[in-house]
Design a protein around this ligand. Structure first.
Ligand SMILES: [Zn+2]
Length: 107
């Protein structure tokens, strides 16, 4: 089950793949950690998949998203090899950012 605050995930204003605003998506919680939540989102319109790391703090939510080819089950498999920390995720994010894959998701 997703926490209530994630169900209202209006933070991501448009699909980075098809650019549809308020896109319908399947959202799966992949990992729940102290540092935040790792979600897998799949746009129902274009089937584009996103890995989204959400971290709630006193100021609201930080959201980092990366496009992925992985299905949510596959993400689970990858993660089961070992714990993924926020640092790991940031490393992936930075690597993808360098390659120009990361989109700005905040509306
Ligand atoms: Zn889409």
């Amino acid at each position: 089950m997703l926490p209530d605050n994630l169900n209202s995930l209006k933070i991501i204003s448009e699909c980075p793949v098809c650019r549809k605003k308020q896109f319908p998506a399947d959202i799966n919680l992949v990992e729940e950690r102290e540092e935040g939540h790792l979600l897998h989102m799949q746009c129902k319109l274009c089937s584009g998949s996103l890995l989204v790391f959400v971290n709630f703090n006193d100021h609201g939510a930080n959201v980092i998203g990366v496009l992925t080819d992985l299905q949510s089950q596959e993400v689970g498999k990858v993660l089961s090899r070992g714990p993924l920390t926020a640092d790991d995720f940031l490393e992936i994010y930075q690597k993808m950012n360098q390659e120009g894959i990361v989109k700005e998701l905040l509306g």
